[in-house]
Design a protein around this ligand. Structure first.
Ligand SMILES: C[S@@+](CC[C@H](N)C(=O)[O-])C[C@H]1O[C@@H](n2cnc3c(N)ncnc32)[C@H](O)[C@@H]1O
Length: 449
């Protein structure tokens, strides 16, 4: 019974934001079992709470707390071996209602598809591939593929991956996928810096920014530097990347990464980007903004399990969003900047669509690039309902314009399409783009309507 009593205490600490799931679980005895029990119970908490409520378990068994009931009911209904061996009043209390709980669980499954969709999420979780970007600063696609083909079998796409195979991504050039169980950190291609482990979605910001050879670029929030070395590969030796990083330790990591990847055209600026003087960077035409965010799209970060939609820390999100808006507005002051890519690994509209709309509401001479210039074949786009903004224009042109704006944005849902949760947008200076936010919706928009 100890497992459930301790587990319930951890759930209370988590609710009070007194520690992280991983730290609390791993510091308790039988830590692996505890971690699995907590993760699974939290994953299924919505349906389990429904079952506990509709079976009136807590009303009839007043010694049970919600936390201990959640863990015991989880094991009763979802664990192959049922509730762990051992005796105790809490276990007896739950077992007295076994039949009713099972019946309510069956009803809950029919009422909502939660359990099935969570299963799907779990399956996706397992097959999230290990994405690998070939570092063309040090090698070529041809040469890296030759090595990969010697060591692994090539398959058509990532959903067919096995531990001994790899595939070439159809969307992002120089991107490969391996099975999640492949430990590439010990592979020679990795140790010599010929490949960089980088999620597919995290390649999107550079891919859509697409700075040409020789361009002068700013990476405003650079460390650890995955996107910085990708930018360096795009602009080549004649180009230049100013990589800003304000954090002492992370700037060291950035420096090591740039050395390892052979990104000689990167000039590290150990500075707060918001304090930079745009006039000192008059040649910069392309800017990449990948600021600090909640990280809620990172699939293996487990904190989201304890946050229901209502419990998300709104204060923290508001602060992050304010910073994200400021960083975009500052980038727009750079005199020669014509393209700015903005990205987060967050799933929250507050850091994504809302930030974009707040910026568009404030500025006149920038707009969003059209869908055709922003990964046109990628199906998951921005959320139209979140693209309302405050602008009178939106009220005037209404839903067609919101849909049009949402189509300009790229979203990745965590686990789906083999990527983490991600968001990317491309701002373009109006003089370098024909469509403007002030333009009325085009005939294409009318068609969608
Ligand atoms: C999301 S991470 C960037 C990840 C990076 N782009 C990559 O792909 O490897 C955000 C980084 O920006 C840095 N940062 C946050 N605010 C900053 C600011 N105002 N100026 C410069 N760096 C900043 C953080 O310390 C952190 O290292």
């Amino acid at each position: 019974m100890d497992l459930y009593i301790r587990g319930a205490a951890i759930l209370r600490l988590l609710a009070a934001k007194n520690g992280s799931l991983k730290a609390l679980a791993t510091s308790s005895p039988n830590s692996k079992r505890m971690y699995a029990l907590l993760c699974q119970s939290l994953k299924y908490q919505d349906v389990l709470k429904q079952v506990i409520c509709s079976s009136r378990l807590l009303e009839q068994e007043q010694r049970l707390s919600l936390e201990i009931a959640l863990l015991l009911v989880h094991d009763l209904l979802l664990c192959k071996n049922g509730i762990a061996a051992g005796k105790g009043p809490f276990k007896d209390a739950v077992l007295r209602h076994k039949t009713r709980l099972k019946a309510e669980f069956a009803r809950a499954k029919i009422r909502s598809r939660t359990v099935e969709s969570k299963d799907l999420e779990r399956k996706n979780h397992k097959v999230l591939p290990r994405w690998v970007r070939i570092n063309t600063l040090k090698t070529t696609l041809h040469s890296a593929l030759e090595t990969c083909r010697n060591d692994y079998t090539e398959v058509e796409n990532w959903s067919q991956l096995s531990p001994s195979s790899f595939c070439i991504d159809a969307l992002i050039p120089n991107l490969l996928a391996f099975h999640s169980s492949c430990n590439l950190i010990t592979h020679n291609l990795y140790t010599v810096g010929h490949i960089i482990l980088q999620d597919k979605a995290s390649c999107f910001p550079v891919h859509i920014l697409n700075p040409p050879l020789g361009a002068c670029v700013i990476d405003a929030c650079a460390a650890p530097g995955n996107k910085t070395s990708y930018l360096a590969a795009c602009v080549g030796k004649q180009g230049r990347v100013y990589a800003f990083e304000r954090d002492n330790q992370r700037v060291q990591t950035l420096s090591t990464m740039m050395e390892k990847s052979g990104a000689d055209c990167v000039h590290i600026q150990h500075l707060n980007f918001l304090k930079s003087n745009p006039c000192n960077f008059a040649n910069v035409t392309h800017m990449l903004l990948d600021p600090s965010c909640s990280g809620s799209g990172i699939v293996n970060r487990l904190d989201y399990l304890v946050e229901s939609q209502q419990q998300i820390d709104q204060d923290r999100l508001a602060k992050l969003a304010e910073f994200q808006v400021q960083i975009i507005l500052h980038a727009m002051k750079f005199p020669s900047a014509k393209k700015i890519s903005y990205s987060t690994c967050s799933i929250h509209p507050q850091e994504n669509e809302h930030v974009v709309m707040r910026v568009l509401d404030k500025i006149q001479d920038w707009t969003l690039a059209n869908q055709q210039d922003v990964l046109p074949s990628w199906e998951t786009r921005g959320i139209a309902e979140e693209c309302g903004g405050d602008k009178g224009l939106l009220l005037h042109f209404g839903i067609p314009l919101m849909i049009d704006l949402a189509h300009s944005l790229v979203r990745c849902n965590p686990g789906a399409d083999g990527t983490i949760g991600f968001f990317a947008a491309l701002f373009v200076r109006k003089s370098s783009n024909k469509r403007t936010l002030q333009d009325p919706p085009t005939s294409k928009k009318k068609k969608r309507k």
